[in-house]
Ligand binder design. Structure first.
Ligand code: ADE
Length: 297
């Protein structure tokens, strides 16, 4: 496991004093950075992931970073978010340990790269179950066990999906599902004092977990020229957006997906399509044809 970055924050020390957060996928990458910043701001953080060894080592690293006088605490519960019983246990275990749940950060997720034609049903279902169904179950359990009577704030970490995600169609479909779930829950749970938002990184946030995906070095290499900022984004930039949405600064913000991609999603496609003539124009007669609809092949 990597060593933890020294943590600092743009937000005021003590901002989240006496708050409690559950961070899924909190052992590595974006989830780890969010956990670090929440701790730095005084939050009690329960990190969850499937991997016990990673959890234990991250907890140890992050606990050592807590400064004297900061009442932040960190603990972990092993949880596969695809398993309903384990999610129920994550939420009830957090309540047993820390007494409340103010924030839920649904960061756990994952996918692999594959052309859609090569995704088998098992792989498709696995990605949907983790990224969409698992996120839903975490939201539902946090709500039913705590937030419905006490309010709270939920942030789902998804991906920019506006242009589709070629080579990750399963994940794109799941993340777009979470984007829409965010809106439904924001409306249904407003009367319980629960705000629900999402943060959508582009493909361009550098994390070790992403770098470990076979072929992802190419994605990173292509992401730099394709982004208006001409660089990759950092986990700190995702964490800052998340902390903002959790904070009272966002008290009138619910149901949104905040893209954190430096306009990369607006700028260009990362998917090359060779010139072809496989989608001929619809026309009433040859006379209506113009130069523009003729193949240049
Ligand atoms: N991270 C990736 N997949 C996960 C899962 N199913 N449960 C928890 N964390 C995960």
């Amino acid at each position: 496991a990597s060593t933890a970055q020294r943590v600092s924050s743009i937000f005021r020390p003590g901002l989240f004093k006496n708050k409690v957060a559950v961070v899924t996928g909190g052992g590595t990458g974006i989830g780890k950075a969010i956990s670090q910043e929440l701790l730095h701001l005084g939050c009690k953080v329960m990190i969850a992931s499937r991997n016990k060894e990673v959890l234990a080592s991250t907890v140890q690293q992050l606990r050592e970073q807590i400064q004297p006088g900061n009442t932040a605490e960190i603990a972990h519960i092993q949880c596969n978010i695809r398993k309903e019983d384990e999610v129920k246990n994550l939420i009830s275990g957090t309540l047993a340990q820390f007494g409340s749940i103010d924030f839920l950060i649904n960061n756990a997720g994952g996918q692999y790269q594959s052309p859609a034609s090569q995704i088998n049903t098992k792989g498709w279902n696995a990605v949907i179950e983790t990224n969409l169904t698992g996120t839903f179950i975490c939201c539902r359990e946090a709500f039913n066990q705590w937030m419905k009577d006490h309010g709270g704030a939920i942030v789902n970490i998804i991906l920019v999906t506006f242009r589709g995600i070629p080579t990750m169609s399963h994940s794109g479909a799941a993340r777009a599902g979470v984007d829409n779930l965010t809106k439904s829950l924001a409306i249904e749970w407003a009367q319980n004092g629960v705000r629900v938002n999402s943060v959508a990184p582009g493909r361009s946030i550098y994390t070790e977990s992403a770098a470990a995906i076979p072929g992802y070095d190419k994605v990173f290499a292509e992401a730099i020229p394709a982004n208006p900022a001409k660089r990759l984004g950092t986990v700190e930039e995702i964490s800052a957006a998340t902390c903002f949405l959790l904070s009272p600064a966002a008290s009138f913000i619910s149901g949104v997906t905040l893209k954190v991609d430096a306009a990369g999603g607006l700028y260009s496609t990362s998917w090359d399509i060779p010139h072809h003539n496989k989608i001929p124009a619809y026309k009433w007669s040859e006379e209506s044809d113009t130069e523009n609809t003729k193949s240049k092949l």
